[in-house]
Design a protein around this ligand. Sequence first.
Ligand code: SF4
Length: 382
Amino acid sequence: MPPSPRIKGWCPGAWQPMATGDGLLVRVRPPLGQLSREQLVALCDAAETFGSGLIELTSRANFQLRGVTDESWPLLMAFLVEHQLVSDAPEAERQPPLMLAPAWQKGDDTPTIARLLQARGSELASMPGKVGIAIDAGKAPVLGDSAADFRIERSTEGDLLIRADGYALGTAVSDIDSAVEQLIRLTHWFVDSGGWASGRMRRHTAPLPEWAPTDTAPAYPGEKLAMGKHREGMVIGLPFGRVATNTLRAAVSPTACSVQVTPWRRLLLKDCDTLPAIDGLIRHNSDPRLAMDACPGAPYCEQASVATQPLAEKLSGWVEGSVHISGCAKGCARRSPADVCLVGEAGRFNVVVNGSADSTPVKTGLTESEALDVIKKLSESR
Ligand code: SF4
C-alpha cells in the first residue's frame, strides 16, 4: 500500500492562500458560478501580472491562480476586489462554498436559492473548511457526482429536496424559504452532533435527526453539458482543468458576454455562437482527454514527486476507458476508480488497474518509460 499523503483539512481561498510547490495558490469563487466577460479578462490579467499566467478550474467549479508570491499577493487582492472577483470582507470567504448547477438561467430556483442562502450566510453553522453545498434545483440534478456535503435538489415529484451526502434519499420541503431554513438547521445539527471531528458529511456517522426524514428520492439525474453548441452559447473544455491566460482570453473575445463555470473542467460561454480555432482547449466530445484526469503534479504541488499533466498529454488516446494520473496517493483529481491509474511515489510511478490512487498497485517503482510500456501492453491485451 502506498504511503498516506498529507491531508490538510482546509481549502485555500483568496484571503487564505495556500503555499504550494510553485508559490501561493489563490482560489477565486465566481459569485453564483458566473463571471462577466470583463471579469474573466481581468482574471486573466491578474494571473499574468501577479502569478504564473496559468488558470485552473477546480472540481468544485472555482478558478485558481498559481505562482503568486508573498510580495504580489497584496497587490493581487486589491486587483481582485476592484474587479469584484473577491469580496472585500475576508469573513465572507469563511462561509461554505456554494456550487450551482451550471447553465442556470435568470428566474430559475437555483440562483434564487443561492442568493437567499448568501443573504442568510451568517446563520449557517461554522463548519470544517472542506464542507460545501450544492444548489442543483433544476428539473434534473446534475451535480450528483460532484463533491458536496449538503444538496438542494428536485424530487421525482418536482418538489425541492434537501439531501445530506452519503444518503440516497432526502427530505422534501414546500418552497424555497423552507429549503434554506432546513439547510441552515441541518448545518447546526451537523456541528452539534460532532461534525468537526468527522470533517465531512459522508464520514459523519451520527444518525440524521427525526425532523430530516430520508423518504424522498431525487429526480433522475440529468446530463453534463456536452461540448460545442448549447442553447445558451458554447461549451468548451479545459484540458485537465488548466488553461493559459492567452487561450482563455481569446476564447471569450469578443462574443461571449459572460461565462458560467462547471465542476467538469468545462466552461459555458454564454451568448457565444462561434469559436475560432484555438489551441489548448477541448471542443469535441470525442476528445480522449475528457476521459482522463490528472492533478497538477510536480512542480506545482509540493506533495508530488512526478510531473503528471505532460504525461497525461502523451497518453491521450492510448487507452480505451478512463485514465487517472496522480502525483501521489491522495488522488485529488478523481474520487472514483479509473480503468488505469498511474500514481507517483518517490519520483517513480505505480500502476493501478481498475482502482483509485490509493488502491494496491499491480506494478511499483517504474520510470516514466517503463510505466508507458506497461500501459501499452495493458491496452493491447484488452
Ligand atoms: S494528488 Fe496531486 S494535487 Fe493532490 S496532493 Fe497529490 S500530488 Fe498534490
